[in-house]
Design a protein around this ligand. Structure first.
Ligand code: ATP
Length: 306
């Protein structure tokens, strides 16, 4: 039995690692043809989106029973609004987005979209209603046009270009010798983190889902790239129910509500200005990030003048 259980554990381990590592899991499931951890109920129905209101009610979750990650989370994203989740590393921010996409099921409480529990609807309908801009986008070894069109395979060339322009990556693509036919991915042109993220945004613009899930890259971006990405995100999230897992506080300034997560609980909540004047954890994080950004800018300027 031992001999059998070790390889089985190992397969489970590899499987979990793959799941963790590749954020565009929807794709990976297709590619690997592995069963998802959660299954559709026999009576699962397609999600019927009316307005796109998302609600977390008393959500509790842990990956490992010994270590609770979310300890009773309550919030609502009214249709068309933006809620941003911030907080220290390991606070459980990305876990919230994984639960909304139903990579895992909650252990207590409910997550609903327009009143429908995500566990009662088909995963296919759930995932087609949610556009995900992950931390790190997996690109196919194909042309950049193919990679953008993946958001909606029947999109015309014109629509692909328009989406790329809105995502602030059109000019960059046109500057390449092969333009939209440039091969990208492992064997092609390597794109930077910020470029990949804009490809993901262009895809999402084509997909035009009612609900958006943005998991920002942790990696530092220069101020210019950050501004371009911010503009692209503003375009795509306008009028859509949006959940932002924010690492850069610049993305959260305009959010309708900011949730500060700490140790699996909501430590503070409110709008940017309210939280700043409250002088708590958020204000502290903001100060620290501003100092870091300023230091970076000074360093960059010093290098430029050298
Ligand atoms: P960061 O800002 O660093 O991305 P986060 O707030 O998004 O962090 P999560 O990714 O939600 O944090 O993780 C919360 C906790 O859950 C972490 O302590 C992490 O180690 C743990 N965790 C995440 N994924 C798994 C998993 N698949 N199995 C076990 N534990 C996990």
């Amino acid at each position: 039995l031992m001999q059998l259980s070790i390889p089985l554990n190992f397969i489970g381990f590899v499987y979990r690692e793959i799941r963790q590592g590749l954020t565009d899991i929807e794709q990976m499931f297709d590619l690997l043809d592995v069963p998802a951890e959660v299954n559709d109920r026999p009576d699962a129905r397609p999600l019927a989106i009316e307005k796109g209101t998302v609600r977390f009610e008393n959500v509790r979750f842990s990956y490992d029973p010994e270590r609770p990650i979310l300890k009773g989370i309550n919030f609502e994203i009214p249709a068309g609004r933006t809620v941003a989740v911030v907080g220290p590393s390991g606070a459980g921010k990305s876990t919230i987005s994984r639960l909304l996409f139903r990579f895992y099921d909650v252990q207590d409480g409910t997550i609903t979209i327009d009143g429908q529990d995500v566990r009662d609807v088909t995963q296919k309908s759930l995932r087609s209603a949610i556009g995900m801009v992950p931390q790190d986008t997996v690109l196919f070894n194909d042309t950049i046009a193919y990679n953008i069109r993946y958001g909606r395979p029947d999109a015309t060339e014109e629509e692909v270009r328009h989406a790329a322009d809105l995502a602030q990556i059109g000019a960059f693509i046109e500057s390449l010798p092969d333009g939209y036919r440039t091969m990208v991915g492992e064997r092609g042109l390597k794109l930077s983190g910020g470029e990949k993220q804009r490809v993901a945004i262009a895809r999402t613009i084509l997909k035009a889902p009612p609900i958006l899930l943005l998991d920002e890259a942790t990696s530092a971006l220069d101020t210019h790239t950050e501004r371009e990405i911010q503009t692209a995100l503003d375009t795509v999230s306008r009028g859509r129910t949006t959940l932002v897992i924010a690492h850069r506080l610049s993305t959260v300034i305009g959010a309708d509500e900011i949730i500060v997560l700490k140790g699996g609980e909501i430590a503070e909540r409110g709008r940017h200005a309210e939280l700043l004047s409250a002088g708590g954890l958020y204000a502290e994080m903001w100060d620290r990030q501003r100092e870091a950004t300023e230091a970076e800018e000074r360093l960059r300027k010093a290098r430029e003048t050298d």
